[in-house]
Design a protein around this ligand. Structure first.
Ligand code: GLN
Length: 253
């Protein structure tokens, strides 16, 4: 890969949407770009800032509780929604976690019956369930492969149960944990280069193959072919395996 190519990263609502180490995803993208010899640039974007997201390569929005979701929803739908949808249609990479993921869908109905509107980019909707879905998660996703391993690991904590419309594919199948709703065995959603998922953790430091998938997709959009050289992922692999081991432990251990 030709060195020094710019990768423009936007971190949305870093001050409001950031749970269980979500910020670590942005750090992982940034650092892996550097390790691949690329030139990442990071911009933080919060309430009231209107930008053309097509100028970026990778967008990120983290999770937030209902309170933060309510705080951003007007801005997310009215100020940023159309620009975000345009960018995703244009192939920009977007990763959204939990509360951010829920607001990419049509709506999130909270436990008190209040409906928080989403931007409708994903054909998905979320209804609060009676119990929180908490714990370590392992899924199998076709987007990643290390040898014959397709696992992605993370940590979930949500009461919202997300359901996907017929044409929308999940990020993966749940092997351990709850995923989108604890019922249909699906976790997350993928539309073009947009991934929504319940996996906090941070997600990307423990799943380097997924990080490189996102970086690769962004490079292909802006520069054409992208061949990322493998990095030494010894430490990341240990973290990945440890997360799988932890997810297999009985709850409470
Ligand atoms: N408020 C949402 C829920 O509990 C999202 C929580 C989160 O982002 N962790 O379903």
């Amino acid at each position: 890969m030709a060195g020094g190519l710019a990768v423009r990263i936007a971190h949305l609502y870093p001050d409001l949407m950031n749970l269980y180490g979500d910020r670590g995803n942005v750090i992982a993208i940034y650092r892996r770009c550097q390790w691949h010899g690329l030139a990442p640039e990071l911009l933080r974007i919060t309430l009231d800032e209107k930008v053309d997201f097509r100028d970026f390569d990778i967008l990120f929005v983290g999770g937030g509780q209902d309170k933060e979701q309510k705080q951003i929803c007007m801005d997310f739908t009215k100020v940023k929604g159309a620009a975000l949808s345009d960018a995703v249609e244009d192939g920009v990479v977007l990763l959204a976690i939990c509360g951010g993921y829920q607001l990419l869908g049509k709506y999130y109905r909270t436990g008190t019956g209040e409906e928080i509107p989403g931007i409708g980019l994903l054909d998905a909707w979320t209804e609060a369930g009676r119990k929180r879905l908490i714990g370590n998660v392992v899924i199998s996703s076709d987007l990643v492969r290390v040898g014959s391993d397709h696992t992605v690991v993370g940590f979930e904590n949500h009461s919202g149960k997300t359901f996907l419309g017929k044409g929308l594919r999940p990020l993966g199948r749940v092997l351990l944990g709850f995923g989108n709703n604890g019922e249909d065995g699906m976790e997350g959603a993928v539309y073009r280069n947009c991934i929504g998922t319940y996996l906090h953790g941070s997600l990307l430091p423990k799943n380097p193959a997924l990080t490189d998938y996102l970086i690769g997709a962004s490079l292909r959009r802006r520069y054409g072919e992208a061949q990322l050289k493998p990095l030494d992922d010894t430490i990341e692999s240990i973290a990945h395996e440890a997360a799988i081991h932890r997810a297999r432990q009985p709850v409470g251990r």
